[in-house]
Ligand binder design. Structure first.
Ligand SMILES: NC(=O)c1ccc[n+]([C@@H]2O[C@H](COP(=O)([O-])OP(=O)(O)OC[C@H]3O[C@@H](n4cnc5c(N)ncnc54)[C@H](O)[C@@H]3O)[C@@H](O)[C@H]2O)c1
Length: 332
């Protein structure tokens, strides 16, 4: 079968690999779509994702496809089912798992990070992370269940009520998901800030009330919820400054490992702020599937590029222009 193998830092090659066989508790999935995420750029460049990737490895952790075979203990899906794969595989015997926060365990494993993922025609995953998808959710949208689940995990970590006004800083794919998710969880007004007029127009189409281009507009502060979805020190600092009294700031963007920014600590005290981090996507796949099924979140129109396995490297190298979100069509 055809696979895109990462053999070392920035060393990708199309190879002919033997089709994997599922273990007793595993599912073999014929991959239809695999999304390309910022984390793939990090892994390609030798940096860790939710865990380090050890070459040779096949990346791709945003996967949808059809069940091609199942191990003898698998009961939740059958051959032919349309599915999405949650990449994250948690440990049962860990303090953090036992206290309801499995994502914080050390030594996480993940499909497309520590074991072969979706940039190949067939991949295996434990049945516990394989989810059936409804008929009205396309394979392309289903490949977006993983990033949607990261957004839903972030939302689960803060307290939302309808009176709140929210600001999403970051007009990329993740910001576009947050604008929709916050509305579907009842927040009455969601505004958005970014640096691209085109992407901010998309934010309005997705329901943002006011949009700000931070290169030319001043943002009014006073938001009950601020989501930082860029990952730069300047936007992280701005996120705290934009929060109202009693505000909650969701630090979702991923900065460099040694990145810092300046905070006015008196402001945290005086405004009684909550600053909340968010890491990957536990317990969020079912809600994400339901949000796609009901149409409360729509992901396909945010996908700007459909690529082949051969084009992935150009995308990771930033050689493809105007990418809002790219997916790889792996097979039919
Ligand atoms: N916490 C998690 O589990 C998790 C999961 C997925 C992604 N992320 C992170 O979320 C962030 C957003 O992801 P994405 O896929 O949308 O990335 P992206 O690169 O597509 O989007 C980032 C956006 O930020 C905008 N931007 C740049 N500078 C800005 C500024 N000064 N003010 C406002 N907007 C600005 C850009 O126009 C771009 O559209 C990234 O840091 C990513 O690593 C976190």
């Amino acid at each position: 079968m055809k696979a895109l193998v990462l053999n070392g830092i920035k060393q990708l090659a199309i190879e002919d690999l033997e089709q994997p066989k599922p273990q007793d508790d595993e599912v073999l999935v014929k991959i239809v779509y695999a999304g390309i995420c910022g984390t793939d750029k990090h892994l390609y460049g030798g940096l860790p994702g939710s865990a380090p990737a050890e070459p040779p490895i096949v990346l791709g952790h945003e996967n949808s496809g059809t069940v091609a075979a199942i191990g003898k203990n698998v009961t939740n899906v059958k051959v032919g089912d349309r599915v999405a794969i949650d990449p994250n595989i948690y440990k049962d015997d860990d303090f953090y798992t036992r206290t309801g926060r499995p994502e914080l365990s050390d030594g996480l494993s993940a499909v497309g990070v520590t074991r072969d993922g979706g940039f190949e025609e067939y991949t295996t995953a434990p049945s516990s992370v394989v989810y059936s998808i409804p008929e009205n959710v396309s394979f392309k949208a289903a490949a977006m269940i993983e990033p949607i689940s990261c957004v839903i995990h972030g939302i689960n970590l803060i307290k939302l009520t309808p009176y709140q006004k929210a600001l999403v800083i970051g007009d990329g794919f993740i910001g576009q998901l947050f604008v929709q998710a916050l509305q579907s969880y009842g927040v009455h007004q969601v505004d958005a800030a970014g640096i691209s007029d085109e992407k901010l127009k998309k934010m309005k189409e997705l329901g943002a009330v006011e949009t700000f281009n931070t290169l030319k507009d001043d943002i009014k502060s006073g938001y009950d919820i601020v989501v930082e979805a860029v990952g730069l020190p300047a936007t992280q600092k701005a996120a705290i400054e934009m929060a109202a009294k009693g505000g909650q700031v969701l630090m979702f963007g991923v900065g460099k490992p040694d990145q810092t920014f300046e905070i006015n600590t008196y402001e945290i005290f005086q405004k009684q702020l909550t600053i909340q981090g968010s890491f990957i996507n536990p317990f969020a796949f079912e809600d994400s599937i339901a949000l796609l099924q009901s149409g409360n979140i729509e992901a396909e129109s945010s996908i700007s590029h459909e690529l082949s396995l051969e084009e992935v490297e150009d995308c990771l190298e930033g050689k493809i222009e105007n990418v809002n979100k790219a997916v790889v069509k792996v097979s039919d």
